[in-house]
Design a protein around this ligand. Structure first.
Ligand code: ADP
Ligand code: MG
Length: 236
């Protein structure tokens, strides 16, 4: 449906999809509540990064997004803040399983995402836990049992815990694949596909990648529904 396509260029930014909303020009023009804006100001941020400005209004509409952007462009808050808004609207009983799931390639990145989620979600009383390999499962299983809104996980460890039937993903309605290209390079595709099979198809899915090779395009086509594509920088 080309006629419904918006196509906008602004500094090396390309957005493709039907009826794309205009970017936010400032934090104040977002619809984020004051407790979140306060955290953003406390962090010393003066304006949204290009990926945040472009993708927040799209994500807040509940639409799927595939974003192609380099490291350091502010992708984490790009998906976390709309995720917090999603949680405000449709948070499930955390004891039944997380509402938001973020898949990340490594323990280090997963931990950074959790730190960002705790920092910016603290005032909204959002709970987040991290599941990764190379550490005992016991404490991670206890965190799940206690109940959390957000799980940030590496695909290997989450898949292990799923096979043990110690977590349910049936309440997940906001799914993020962060650094998708790197997860595929690390051979996580089978685990990712098994995990996503456990997540209801009625969900919002956001995928972030630094590169856009055939394998990433394929998994995006399989897991996302009619996504808006946001390119930041020169990607062909
Ligand atoms: P990416 O995931 O794209 O590599 P991150 O989300 O890790 O990037 O963000 C990189 C750094 O920029 C982090 O330290 C983060 O806190 C900071 N940051 C995020 N958003 C903003 C902003 N709007 N203004 C200034 N710094 C920001
Ligand atoms: Mg990142």
């Amino acid at each position: 449906n080309l006629s419904g396509n918006a196509y906008c260029r602004q500094h090396e930014i390309t957005v493709t999809g039907g009826e794309v909303p205009p970017p936010f020009s400032s934090f104040e023009s977002t619809s984020f509540p004051s407790e979140i804006l306060r955290e953003v100001h406390n962090a010393g941020f003066s304006a949204p990064t290009p990926i945040q400005a472009q993708s927040w209004p799209i994500a807040l509409q509940g639409r799927d997004i595939v974003a192609i952007a380099k490291t350091g462009s502010g992708k984490t808050l790009g998906y976390l803040l709309p995720g917090f808004m999603h949680l405000k609207r449709c948070r499930n009983d955390p004891q039944m399983g997380p509402t938001m799931l973020v898949l990340s390639p490594t323990r280090e990145l997963a931990t950074q995402i959790q730190e960002e989620a705790n920092k910016f979600g603290k005032s909204s009383r959002i709970s987040c836990t991290c599941l990764y390999g190379g550490a005992p499962k016991g404490p991670q299983l206890r965190e799940i049992e206690r109940g959390v809104d957000i799980v940030v996980a590496t695909p290997g460890r989450l898949n292990d815990i799923l096979e043990m039937r110690r977590i349910s993903l049936h309440q997940v309605s906001y799914l993020v694949l962060d650094e998708a290209d790197r997860m595929l390079d690390m051979g996580f595709e089978p685990q990712i596909r098994k995990i996503v099979k456990e997540v209801p198809t009625r969900r919002q899915t956001l995928m972030y990648t630094a590169t856009w090779p055939k394998e990433v395009r394929k998994i995006a086509a399989d897991l996302l529904v009619n996504p808006v594509q946001v390119n930041i920088g020169n990607i062909d």
